[in-house]
Ligand binder design. Structure first.
Ligand code: PEP
Ligand code: MG
Length: 641
């Protein structure tokens, strides 16, 4: 930290003095118009703390026109110099203007996009510079919900505060950060209501859908922090009468108690005493322009992890160029499907299992058809059944009985099947390709579904070149892959021959066990592609359970053994080294192979950058993280120049 020691100036020397904070562009919308606040006869702390409610900067023109003109001129000069929106603090001491500080201003994602696009159009910066100005994670904000317009029209506001941070939020009211956090952890949507916020409130603010404060302006703590987080915030609603002891407040004649629903509109400042439904946002033209620049820059492709036609469509809208992971097991949890799946699990013979699989096949094929349609000819990787089967069996007595009746078995028999599926360490147990090795009929059914769906879609869409990608999970040895691949190829080729049309397909594997990475040169000979399953690869490289490590990881951060959760941010030194090794070993053995990542890290910006560096072809992440990955990939390309 550098320290400047300098003479103090005073804004509290009477009515020709004052102090304020201003942004050269609107920090909420990005509009090119000065946005700021000031207080006459005050020190900076009075504005920041929100103790007094300040006046808009435009008022300065009337109060002190000369100072205002000089301020505007210098603000403009600073913006041109730094080529970015400035957040400035100033003090006027007896008619003389002093700038205390200037820095690039914090802004909402929509403002960041608009400012970046405008600065390019104004000739101040290049498109590369514009791309570097937006934090990829910030794009999350523009994907946040707004109110359903019809419901909003029918609702009546009970009051209004300052529109401090845009977006829409509805939830139950809590009056302390701690209460907000506790209730959010139980799955409730919460709104944190405070007289004003301070840094100690941060965890409650993070947990809240929205923040409402009684005091404070657009540049006070709640507003600035909420804007940075992309959380909806209405601040400075001074009509609120708080009763912190009783945990209630009154506004517009209504009394709101702890646990009551309210809704906040962070774009207008309106407050409602009801739970207004929210809808997905419209994305602005600036977003499209900006993302087009990002797409032109990046070499890394961005696919999505999607298991349903709806998710696939959403991901396409957000720019996904394919599906990198379709977890087929997610298709079985629906009420109508789980019964057939359970029958399959509780079969005694291959014939019984095949009969149950016949019932599952049409569901699976239908889903694949819809997913292919949603992807409009872009590649789709379908991962074969992966989790241990006990995840699907019923636990409730009534469901066990239902299954027993459907199968003509006794409850006792079903309970015995379930008990037989018990494993001490299921994550390392009977899952992944091991299911296909023990029950090849599952792989056969899934292959039929993948290929039949592709044939049907190919027939309906001659403009697309269907080329389904079948992905075998949890391989640790080349012979496993060979064994399962043989089943897939025999089944697929028979289906294609019977259809009378030509169809190409690929069979690849996930690299998610260290032994697969270590023997990648052998595995590559049999694989059309590798996809790093870094969730499991992290689990098995660290030996940390994906599900249980939360219990001790905090101690690891406290003791600085780890800096980050390795399940969120790729461990480049260890897991990353295994990835690099796999590519170095695999590519020479099979140069035409494509390589991607589909663990959660595929949507984390620093991990995306690493994937770019080590030469992956694509990352795959959840639909809402697709824009983040697109921008992170563009930034990685710019950084590596
Ligand atoms: C992985 O392990 O990274 C992966 C994508 O598969 P899953 O999360 O389904 O185990
Ligand atoms: Mg996995």
């Amino acid at each position: 930290t550098a320290v400047n020691v300098q003479m103090m100036v005073f804004g509290n020397k009477g009515d020709t003095s004052g102090t304020g904070v201003a942004f050269t562009r609107n920090a909420a919308t990005g509009e090119k118009a000065m946005l700021g606040e000031y207080l006459v006869n005050a020190q900076g702390e009075d504005v920041v703390a929100g103790v007094r409610t300040p006046k808009p900067i435009a008022q300065l023109e009337q109060d002190m026109p000369e100072v205002y003109n000089q301020f505007m001129e210098l603000a403009n000069k600073l913006e041109n110099h730094y080529k970015d929106m400035q957040d400035m603090e100033f003090t006027v001491e007896e008619g003389k203007l002093y700038f205390l500080q200037t820095r690039n201003g914090k802004r909402t994602a929509n403002a960041a996009l608009k400012i970046a696009v405008d600065l390019v159009n104004e000739g101040l910066i290049t498109t590369d510079e514009a791309l570097m100005k937006v934090e990829p994670k910030q794009l999350d904000q523009i994907l946040h919900p707004a109110f359903d317009q019809k419901a909003l029209k029918a609702a009546k506001a009970i009051g209004k505060g300052l529109p401090a941070s845009p977006g829409a939020a509805a939830g139950k009211v809590y009056f302390t950060a701690e209460d907000a956090k506790i209730h959010a952890e139980t799955g409730e949507r919460v709104i944190l209501v405070r007289l004003e916020t301070s840094p100690e409130d941060i965890e409650g603010m993070v947990a809240a859908q929205g923040i409402l404060t009684v005091r404070g302006g657009m540049t006070s703590h709640a507003a600035v922090v909420a804007r940075g987080m992309g959380t909806c915030c209405v601040s400075g609603c001074e009509e609120i009468r708080m009763n912190e002891a009783e945990k209630t407040f009154t506004l517009g004649g209504a009394t709101i108690k702890e646990g009551d629903y309210i809704s906040l509109d962070g774009s207008t400042g309106n407050i409602y005493n009801e739970d207004i439904p929210t809808v997905d946002p419209e994305i602005s033209g600036d977003f499209a322009t900006f993302m087009k620049w990002a797409d032109e820059k990046r070499s890394l492709k961005v696919r999505t992890n999607a298991d349903t036609p709806a998710d696939a469509r959403k991901a396409r809208e957000l720019g996904a160029e394919g599906i990198g992971l379709c977890r087929t097991e997610h298709m079985f949890f629906e009420e109508s499907r789980i019964a057939a799946f359970r029958e399959m699990i509780c079969s005694d013979t291959v014939e019984e299992r095949e009969a149950a699989l016949e019932k599952i096949l049409p569901y699976q094929q239908g889903d694949f058809e819809k997913i292919y349609e949603a992807l409009e000819g872009y590649p789709v990787t379908i991962r074969f059944l992966d989790p241990p089967l006990h995840e699907f069996v019923p636990t409730e007595e009534a469901d066990i009985e239902k299954l027993a009746n459907a199968q003509g078995r006794t409850v006792e028999e079903i309970k015995n099947y379930i008990a037989g599926l018990h494993e001490f360490n299921p994550m390392m147990g009977h899952r992944g390709c091991r299911l296909a090795v023990t029950y090849p009929e599952i792989a056969r059914m899934q292959t039929r579904a993948v290929i039949r769906a592709a044939i049907n879609v190919q027939k309906a869409h001659s403009e697309w070149k269907m080329r389904p990608e079948i992905m075998i999970p949890l391989i640790c040895d080349i012979k496993e892959l060979k064994y399962v691949k043989k089943i897939v190829v025999e089944t697929a080729d028979a289906e294609i021959a019977a259809s009378g049309i030509e169809l190409e397909y690929e069979v690849g594997t996930m690299i998610e066990i260290p032994r697969a990475a270590l023997t990648a040169d052998e595995i590559a000979k049999e694989a059309d592609f590798f996809c790093f399953g870094t969730n499991d690869l992290t689990q098995m490289t660290f030996g940390f359970s994906r599900d249980d490590s939360g219990k001790f990881l905090n101690a690891y951060y406290d003791t600085k053994i780890l800096e980050n959760d390795p399940f969120a941010k790729l461990d480049q030194n260890g897991v990353g080294k295994l990835m690099e090794m796999s590519i170095k070993l695999g590519k020479p053995a099979n140069p035409s192979m494509h390589v991607g990542i589909c663990g959660e890290h595929g949507g984390d910006p620093s991990s995306v950058e690493f994937c770019h560096k080590i030469g992956l072809d694509y990352v795959s992440c959840s639909p809402f993280r697709v824009p983040i990955a697109r921008l992170a990939a563009a930034q990685a390309a710019i950084n590596s120049k």
